[in-house]
Write a protein that binds this ligand. Structure first.
Ligand code: SF4
Length: 486
């Protein structure tokens, strides 16, 4: 399993990507490519389940990158058939950072009407309560993953078909779920009623694909058809194409706004918008809200790049690559000495000294989580002789944890949960620090009037503390929701 690099400890991390395809020969090879395009959503492990008539279901689950496992002919030959689904994960609500292979999805269940496999992106916020109930009623869990609850709930349903059982099961689940599942003949996609996590539909000749992001459709040459709507279930067969159902009570969409800021790839179309363009517009809004006199606008690579371009376009201050990322600094690098381990960020990023010396530099980053990386980057820039360092951050202060499928430190470890903006500026030791406002972020994401406090268009709980679904397991464990005074 690739060990986490110190640089990655200071980012929120998307925990999963899902992909499925039906109606093509050797579907598993397409799934492997799709998962490769979704690798940014989870690097710890991946799995593929396929089905072929006469052969039945086959599965392979491995630690590590997709390219290191699902490119081997000897493995891919064991996954034949025209129907397959797959999953990449960072550790989710299961054994975080200590994954066992049994926690790696897709999960498989054998039912009286045949088998089914499930891959889940998101987090079921009442999974602890469901698991307790299911265990009391005799279910035997194989993993520590919240997603396995779906299989056990399906096993207990009295419905006569797998899609109907899945509807029953998911109606019991709270929180965020984008699910890709398969039976012997059907590819199934479901999004939770709020549509917190993404899921899109594509067409590939006579076949169909479901993916977390459109970039995974592009890699297999599939045409983007549409997004799966919040609360929608699609059942896709080779004979009848796509059938659509709405098994949940209709609710207003609350898509994750952080997908726009950081999680999704900039070349994806998410929530009907180009992610790159939204990020560029965040930079435009930031420059309007928090201008500063300076010589250069530099991104913290790679995620700060589109916002830095937007900031430069709006402010007229030249854009420059002041920090260079070592593209070949993989997570598997073994740091031989304590001294090198302590260098942390320097192993991955280096300052372009000739450019920075004597300059007043605006650094644009996507977020500040613990603040450890921001401090080190500031030191590197000052060491290189910068005259001033100004941070501009393409998201509001992250002061609340996410319970919907994103790995976040405990609340007290989030810098913005314990410090004001001025205190953070002093803590980071920079000349100025400004975050985009929530209204500015909404404007950049296409909501011209900004955030409607009565009916926000997006989930923004990690910034606002307003959770669109009560995180019931966490409340039971003592988590305190935002009070009126905060
Ligand atoms: S809490 Fe933040 S990261 Fe989590 S779903 Fe909501 S906006 Fe996205």
């Amino acid at each position: 399993m690739p060990p986490a690099h110190p640089f990655d400890d200071d980012k929120l991390r998307e925990e999963c990507g899902v992909f499925g395809v039906i109606g093509v020969s050797d579907a598993a090879n397409f799934v492997a490519l799709g998962l490769h395009a979704l690798q940014h959503r989870g690097q710890e492990a991946g799995g593929i389940v396929s089905h072929a008539p006469k052969v039945g279901f086959n599965s392979a689950r491995r630690f590590g990158y997709v390219r290191d496992n699902f490119t081997k002919a000897s493995l891919m030959e064991t996954l034949p058939g025209p129907l397959a689904i797959g999953h990449v994960r960072y550790s989710t609500a299961g054994s975080k950072g200590n994954t066992a292979i049994r926690d790696v999805q897709p999960f498989f269940g054998e039912f009286s009407m045949g088998g089914a496999a499930i891959a889940h992106n998101g987090n079921i916020t009442n999974a602890d309560a469901l698991r307790r109930e299911l265990i009391e009623r005799g279910s035997i869990f194989q993993s520590s993953s919240d997603s396995e609850c779906i299989i056990h709930l399906m096993a207990r349903s009295l419905q006569k078909s797998i899609p109907e059982r899945m509807k029953d099961a998911l109606r019991r689940c709270e929180g965020a779920f984008s699910v890709v599942a398969m039976t012997r003949t059907k590819l199934i996609g479901v999004r939770d009623p709020l549509g917190v996590r993404p899921l899109v539909l594509g067409q590939l000749g006579d076949g169909w694909a479901l993916a977390s992001e459109t970039c995974a459709l592009d890699i297999i040459g599939a045409e983007f058809v549409r997004e799966i709507a919040p609360g929608e279930m699609v059942v896709v067969t080779e004979e009848d194409g796509v059938q659509s159902y709405f098994p949940f009570e209709r609710r207003a969409s609350r898509f994750c706004i952080f997908e726009h800021v950081y999680f999704s790839r900039p070349d994806s179309i998410i929530d009907g918008r180009s992610v790159y363009d939204t990020r560029r517009m965040i930079g435009v809004e930031l420059a309007k809200e928090s201008p500063v006199d300076a010589d250069l606008v530099c991104p913290v690579p790679d995620s700060g790049t589109p916002a830095a371009i937007g900031f430069s376009q709006e402010s007229g201050i030249p854009y420059a690559m002041g920090i260079i990322r070592n593209q070949y600094m993989g997570r598997t690098f073994i740091e031989p000495t304590e001294q090198i381990r302590n260098m942390g960020v320097r192993l991955k990023l280096n300052v372009n000294r000739a450019l920075i010396k004597g300059k007043r530099v605006i650094l644009v980053d996507d977020s500040v989580v613990r603040g450890t990386t921001s401090r080190k980057i500031k030191e590197m820039i000052l060491d290189a002789g910068a005259a001033e360092v100004h941070f501009r951050i393409a998201s509001p202060p992250t002061s609340w944890p996410c319970f919907y499928g994103v790995d976040t430190p405990e609340r007290e470890k989030l810098l913005a949960a314990t410090m004001s903006e001025e205190e953070m500026r002093d803590h980071l030791g920079v000349n100025s620090l400004k975050f985009i406002s929530l209204d500015g972020l909404y404007r950049a994401a296409g909501v011209a009037e900004g955030r409607d406090p009565g009916a926000p268009r997006y989930c923004d709980a990690c910034f606002s503390g307003e959770y669109p679904v009560a995180p019931s397991d966490m409340l039971e464990k003592g988590f305190q929701l935002r009070t009126a005074a905060e």
